[in-house]
Design a protein around this ligand. Structure first.
Ligand code: AHM
Ligand code: MG
Length: 337
């Protein structure tokens, strides 16, 4: 790790990586890293002050909202609105997309979609959580409020995406389509420092991550793939290791570094899967492809799916290329439940 190359400096160096940008990426990512530092500070206090637990309300998707979900949502929104690069945001915690009303924001070229605090039910038990973000160039005219079309773009139109993982250390990992770069937060100097330049995920791996409690409700192809992971074939490194935190960012981050596959298929209770296309799957898909891996809904490339709704869910299979291809084969060969 180089404590002498901070995220801010690195972005300025890589300015040309961001299409059409002149300082816009630095400004946008400055908002994200500032909000990340504030959320990080608050998460670190969890347990000491009254910020854990539920607020006693549900979001539009029927999930219990945690105090820190709402805190993170507010901080990210405020940091983005304060700089003038984003005309509106969509969030897991907001029913509808939010348009920023300031005149300067209306002139902004970008929209941002986010899950401000993914895996938040894990905070009470001191497990890693994360913020996921996805950035698009708007398709509506600059100078007007953003429209639904700005937010419902397919993932391959993303101009940048990334996540912050609040873990044993806090890291920010992002891509602008020119590789994946990771920065570790050094709280003693208050900066994200370059620690992982041009991250590539192994072509194959030996970790599979899935909520196996749902096994009997998985499609047949997925069940057979799990059995394949568990078979003993030493020359192929099988049986694989099962690792599931239940916090997408943390499971994804580990598998990105070590090689592996994360699966959230359809189940009876979640017939189209649990994870949201726009602010969970697409950004992770952009990152993994940039790192040499794949992201699929079992049949199609995630980033080619044309979204129809803000909170749309899709089955999600993401990770090392050979492993995602293998589960797709199982699904194709077992089309009927
Ligand atoms: P959330 O956005 O409400 O936190 O839900 C998303 C989380 C992911 O982080 C995680 O991978 C998944 O839900 C775990 O779901 P399950 O408990 O069904 O395994
Ligand atoms: Mg989430």
């Amino acid at each position: 790790m180089s404590e002498f190359r901070t995220l801010g400096e690195f972005i300025v160096e890589k300015q040309s990586d961001f299409p059409h940008a002149s300082g816009e990426l630095s400004s946008l990512l400055a908002s994200i890293r500032l909000a990340a530092k504030i959320v990080n500070r608050e998460i670190n206090k969890a347990g000491l002050v009254d910020i854990t637990g539920s607020v006693g309300a549900e979001n539009i998707q029927g999930e219990e909202q945690q105090k820190l979900d709402l805190y993170a949502n507010d901080k990210f929104k405020a940091a983005l609105e304060a700089r003038d690069q984003v005309c509106g945001v969509a969030s897991e915690e907001e029913d509808e997309a939010v348009a920023f009303n300031k005149e300067l924001n209306k002139n902004a070229k970008y929209v941002l979609l986010m899950d401000p605090l993914d895996g938040s039910s894990n905070i009470d038990v001191n497990v890693s959580v994360g913020t996921i973000f996805s950035i698009y160039r708007r398709v509506s005219p600059v100078g007007t409020p953003p429209t639904q079309e700005d937010f419902l773009q397919p993932g391959d139109k993303q101009v940048a995406a990334g996540y912050v993982i609040y873990g044993s250390s806090t890291m920010l990992v992002y891509t602008t389509g020119n590789g994946v770069h990771g920065f570790t937060y050094d709280p003693s100097i208050g900066s994200f420092c370059l620690s992982h330049e041009k991250l590539m995920t192994p072509e194959t791996g030996s970790i599979y991550s899935i909520n196996e409690g749902n096994y009997i409700r998985f499609p047949l192809g997925v069940k057979k793939y799990i059995k394949y992971c568990q078979e003993s074939v030493p020359e192929e490194n099988r049986p694989y290791t099962s690792r599931y935190i239940g916090s997408l960012v943390a499971d994804f981050h580990r598998n990105l570094l070590k090689g592996g596959i994360y699966l959230y298929p359809s189940t009876e209770s979640h017939p189209t899967g649990k994870l949201r296309l726009l602010y969970e799957c697409n950004p992770m898909a952009f990152l993994i492809e940039q790192a040499g891996g794949l992201a699929s809904d079992g049949k199609n490339r995630i980033m080619e799916i044309k979204p129809t709704e803000l909170h749309q869910r899709v089955p999600f299979f993401v990770g090392s290329k050979a492993m995602v291809e293998k589960v797709e084969q199982f699904i194709e060969q077992n089309p009927n439940e």
